[in-house]
Design a protein around this ligand. Structure first.
Ligand SMILES: Nc1ncnc2c1ncn2[C@@H]1O[C@H](COP(=O)(O)OP(=O)(O)OP(=O)(O)O)[C@@H](O)[C@H]1O
Ligand SMILES: [Mg+2]
Length: 504
């Protein structure tokens, strides 16, 4: 008898049959990958298991008994914890306060919160997990990756038999992923079972023992990881073949017109003396380790952060950009990596979100041309395969990856000449990824210019005409795609740290 068994679970939401008789088993001490396209039903299944949603039918067996999770607290009490796909924490509280929220350390008497003790306990936890995080720091000041690590530490701080990780690695740096994997291996050796949801298919062979594939609300199959290849998994997920070929030549000549020229840009610690040029029709990849300053550079150009010095020219003319509105007026669009915070109105319909950025285009006098807006939205819902019962569905009700596609649609529709995409395919399934690549290539061949920030080297190599590499706030290299390789990029990406090491 497995530790946990889901039998024939079904769940409907209005207009969506999210789970259709899904069965799933989890053994003691295994790491079990759960994969499937965006909207396949992965998170829904986990939310049923943790009492966030109630199933319509089916049975859950846990520890040889029937288990009906009432709410997340109930699940935690019996040892089932989850790290959600969306960050679920309070930005304004400290790291330690977030970890112990609802179970704060009390001084004897139980009236006063003992901050010191709480901070000490958090520090011990981080030490045990080998995480370098200050418990007294305000959460909102950490990078998204670090916030994710805090969330993982919080889950692990409970005494768990089952740990569910819903896309824990999407926002993590490579080093953080390594840290997470060693934490997971350690938990496994202590008999904890884990369900690992990820769209980074390369991870599956690194860390999991078995893999279950879902498609359209159904369970396709469960296999031993060692018995399947990545391609087998993709085939089970999407039921069709997806070609991935790297770009081999720069389609844009060195003589192409420069649309964006950045000179000597300085903005805080992570943007130091940044200079580069973006040409018409070019896809310029920005590579580097996380924390290299790529997002900060994008934000500085977009007017989202204060700039100390430097100049920006657009189409040969000086541009004074001090706010995102200025940037948009200059034809710059920025798809932020932190989509939840900057990209979406969760309480609005899909079509309203898509149209928000393009208000002017659909405005007719004082009215928004609703028909046109809807038509364009539908077109992109189709192309990106956004899984939603209709364009009127609230964005809140879409799966994580489909929410991301909505943000993407919003910026793709918008008529910007310069587009900055920050981690455009994070959390997006393989099929939709290749559709996004096609769309980006189309935009480029229409004469739009694209800066693509990506931490996935295969994506950089596949899409870029030229690659700029950053490290610790500076540009350390520029490579034409014809001469690029993962090794060369990594060399530049770690350049400064090596120099610094050599000097010390
Ligand atoms: N609260 C809700 N109300 C309505 N529909 C919902 C709700 N939650 C999920 N859905 C729908 O159920 C389906 C499955 O969603 P789910 O979040 O489980 O997908 P997923 O496999 O986790 O995808 P992703 O990889 O994008 O995170 C989707 O069509 C989604 O829109
Ligand atoms: Mg999900």
């Amino acid at each position: 008898m497995p530790l946990l068994k889901l039998e024939s679970i079904s769940k409907r939401f209005p207009g969506v049959h999210a789970l259709k008789n899904v069965s799933f088993g989890l053994e003691r001490g295994e790491i079990h990958a759960l994969v499937g396209e965006n909207g396949a039903g992965k998170s829904t299944m986990m939310k049923i298991l943790t009492g966030i949603h109630q199933k319509d039918s089916g049975e859950i067996h846990y520890l040889d008994r029937l288990f009906n999770p009432r709410d997340p607290k109930h699940a935690l009490e019996v040892g089932i914890g989850i790290v959600h796909q969306e960050l679920n924490m309070m930005d304004h509280l400290t790291v330690a306060q977030n970890i112990f929220i609802g179970r704060e350390s009390m001084r004897s008497g139980g009236v006063f919160l003992d901050e010191r003790q709480q901070n000490r306990r958090a520090a011990e936890l981080f030490e045990k997990l080998n995480m370098n995080i200050d418990p007294t720091e305000t959460l909102g000041r950490l990078t998204v990756g670090k916030q994710q690590m805090v969330e993982i530490a919080k889950a692990v701080s409970h005494d768990l038999r089952v740990l569910i990780l819903d896309e824990p690695t999407a926002a993590l740096t490579d080093t953080e992923i390594d840290e997470l994997f060693s934490i997971m291996r350690d938990l496994r050796s202590r008999g904890v079972s884990m369900i690992h949801i990820s769209h980074r298919l390369d991870e599956i062979h690194q860390i999991t023992d078995r893999v279950s594939v879902m498609r359209d609300g159904e369970m396709v199959d469960t296999r031993n990881t060692a018995d399947v290849t990545k391609q087998d998994i993709i085939n089970m997920m999407v039921g069709r073949v997806i070609y991935e070929e790297p770009k081999t030549e720069n389609r844009v000549g060195a003589d192409a017109e420069v649309v964006l020229r950045v000179r000597g840009l300085n903005a805080g610690k992570l943007v130091q003396d940044v200079s580069f040029e973006l040409r018409r029709g070019e896809i310029l990849g920005f590579a580097g380790l996380m924390g290299a300053g790529r997002t900060e550079t994008a934000r500085a150009i977009f007017g989202a952060d204060e700039v100390q010095s430097g100049s920006i020219e657009i189409n040969g003319r000086p541009a004074h950009i001090t706010s995102p509105q200025d940037a948009v007026a200059h034809g710059i669009g920025y798809l932020s990596e932190d989509r939840k915070r900057y990209g979406l109105a969760l309480g609005l319909a899909v079509k309203d979100n898509v149209v928000l950025a393009t208000y002017e285009e659909f405005q007719k006098g004082p009215f928004v041309n609703a028909r046109k807006a809807e038509q364009r939205t539908r077109e992109y819902v189709d192309r990106l395969n956004i899984k939603t019962p209709s364009v009127d569905q609230l964005v809140r009700n879409l799966s994580g990856g489909n929410q991301q596609k909505v943000v993407l649609a919003k910026w793709l529709i918008r008529n910007s000449d310069i587009l900055i995409f920050d981690e455009p395919t994070r959390g997006i399934d393989v099929g939709a990824k290749s559709e996004i690549y096609t769309l980006m290539n189309e935009l480029a061949s229409q004469g739009k210019s694209i800066i693509m920030i990506s931490s996935e080297l295969p994506e950089i190599l596949r899409m870029s005409d030229r690659i700029v590499v950053m490290c610790e706030g500076r540009i350390t290299g520029e490579i034409d795609i014809s001469e690029a390789s993962q090794e060369r990029i990594m060399e530049y990406a770690t350049m400064r740290s090596q120099e610094t090491l050599a000097r010390s």
